[in-house]
Design a protein around this ligand. Sequence first.
Ligand code: ZN
Length: 201
Amino acid sequence: MRRGFKAQAERQAAELREAAGCSDTETINLHRLAAHLKLEVLAGHRALGDVQPFLDLHAEQPGAFSGATFHLPGDRIVVVYNPVVYESGEVLTARAAQTHGRTRSDVAHEIAHLVLGHKLREIKTIAGYPFLTCDPEQEEEANWLAGCLLLPRPLLLRAARDKEPDDDLAQRTYVTTDMVRFRMNTSGARMQASRGRGRRA
Ligand SMILES: [Zn+2]
């Protein structure tokens, strides 16, 4: 990742969260963020009018499709996510998707590509369906910014100071436990919290 990107991502995430009316320790409502950015967020089967392609893809390669962004006439930008749950193959309702950790990661990832101004480059085909993907560097950046949006440093720091278990934090903020662990470790929040405790002790 390019130099300075990680710090930039924390700042950008903080600004975006604030613009979405979310404090730096609250769980972010991604639909509110999308509305602020004038984006639409839609389940794949609502966008296509058919759930079968997503079930076919799931049968072929579960998790192959996570999300994509479409630029439509009339300046519409639509973020589409896979409605099929990777682990179970069930189709999420729109309401359930709003609190489903993996779906939220996928939507945040797409939003991150947009705010970072990434351009689509490659086309690959899975089960006969074409997909546009970004280059690996841009994927990494989008993942990183998505993590900052969902779990910004101040939120992590407070949780670490409160010794909130990772599973509890994941449930409260509607993210996966893997995402909590990743962010706790890579942001340095856990280490900072334990150093703070050391000083007070
Ligand atoms: Zn991507």
